[in-house]
Unconditional design. Structure first.
Lengths: 113, 112
């Protein structure tokens, strides 16, 4: 069975500073990996996904993530955050050929002016 | 614009009432899902459908039911609402596991 661990429930960071949100997964087979963002009172929006190929994946809003198979990690990064990045971020995993997705508990990113 | 719509956005109802949460998508996706979201907890899958007339219960036990008579429509019904049903309900759709999900804006349900 697949599982996802988001190591930080809250991450405060000053505006224009870099940020990394950590995600580790567990699976016995090959996986697809996703990051979603949820702004207040909205649904989740897909930020980026890793399917195969290059381990560095670029997404919307300047975010990127790196897949590390040996460490079973898929950490999300942004070199310079903006106030508008304040939101909750969810890591998710789906085993290849298996339609259901497992989500982490989310990491709240708070950007401080 | 292709999208996924949930109504109502907010709902406050009394215990014992029957309610239906609506979800419709215009993207022609075969796969649709209902998740329950509570603060500080992972999203829990409560129902899913891989096509018309196909519905399955998810990982989280739920007293709700769903139907999929048309590709674009996936309503969720609670026959008798209870305070323990208070939560946010998210509907999502996808053309396949490697595409990711498109989510609706959610319905925040409060049962008093």
């Amino acid at each position: 069975a697949q599982s996802v661990t988001q190591l930080d429930s809250q991450v405060p960071v000053f505006e224009e500073a870099p940020v990394e949100l950590r995600c580790n997964y567990s699976s016995s087979v090959s996986v697809y990996l996703f990051w979603y963002v949820q702004y207040p009172n909205q649904g989740l929006q897909l930020l980026l996904k890793y399917l195969s190929g290059s381990t560095l994946v670029k997404g919307i809003n300047g975010f990127e993530a790196e897949f590390n198979k040996s460490q079973t990690s898929f950490h999300l990064r942004k070199p310079s955050v903006h106030i508008s990045d304040t939101a909750e971020y969810f890591c998710a995993v789906s085993e290849r050929g298996y339609q259901k997705v497992t989500f982490g508990i989310g990491t709240k990113l708070q950007v401080i002016p | 614009e292709a999208d996924i719509y949930q109504t109502p956005r907010y709902l406050v109802i009394g215990t014992g009432k029957k309610i239906t949460l609506e979800c419709s998508q215009t993207m022609g996706h075969d796969k649709m899902y209902w998740y329950q979201q509570d603060p500080g907890m992972e999203l829990h899958l409560i129902h899913y459908s891989y096509g018309v007339n196909s519905t399955e219960k998810g990982d989280l036990s739920s007293e709700s039911t769903v139907s999929r008579i048309r590709t674009e429509h996936f309503p969720l019904t609670l026959e008798s609402a209870r305070p323990s049903h208070t939560s946010q309900y998210l509907c999502a759709s996808s053309p396949g596991s490697n595409y990711g999900y498109t989510f609706g804006s959610g319905t925040r349900l409060t049962v008093v």
